[in-house]
Design a protein around this ligand. Structure first.
Ligand code: SF4
Ligand code: SF4
Length: 95
């Protein structure tokens, strides 16, 4: 079975800099930027390209800021998108 690699997209304008996602990331991939978004918050950024697509960051984010993608190394095909959290969770899996 091909190894799964993850990636995330961060909507920096929605981020409030609470760092819950950084604490929840087992890969230590996330850190607060020194820059501010338009609302005056330091926003979260990816600092390592080692995401496994575990979805922890998206699951703990109270503002649905992070989308998680999973790809196999073989196909680079997007197999899952997960958007979270306090409301609906949307999971799309390509068959
Ligand atoms: S999906 Fe998992 S490994 Fe990737 S950034 Fe989020 S918490 Fe870290
Ligand atoms: S949990 Fe959400 S709001 Fe908090 S720092 Fe991470 S992305 Fe930003």
């Amino acid at each position: 079975m091909a190894k799964v690699k993850g990636d995330i997209i961060i909507d920096i304008e929605k981020c409030k800099g609470c760092e819950l996602c950084a604490s929840a990331c087992p890969q230590e991939s996330l850190e607060l930027s020194r820059k501010l978004n338009s609302k005056g918050y330091h926003y979260i950024v990816k600092i390592e390209d080692n995401c496994t697509g575990c979805t922890n960051c998206a699951l703990v984010c109270p503002d649905s800021v992070i989308k998680v993608y999973r790809r196999t190394e073989k196909s680079q095909e997007k197999v899952a998108t997960i958007t979270n959290v306090t409301g609906d969770i949307t999971v799309k899996v390509k068959s």
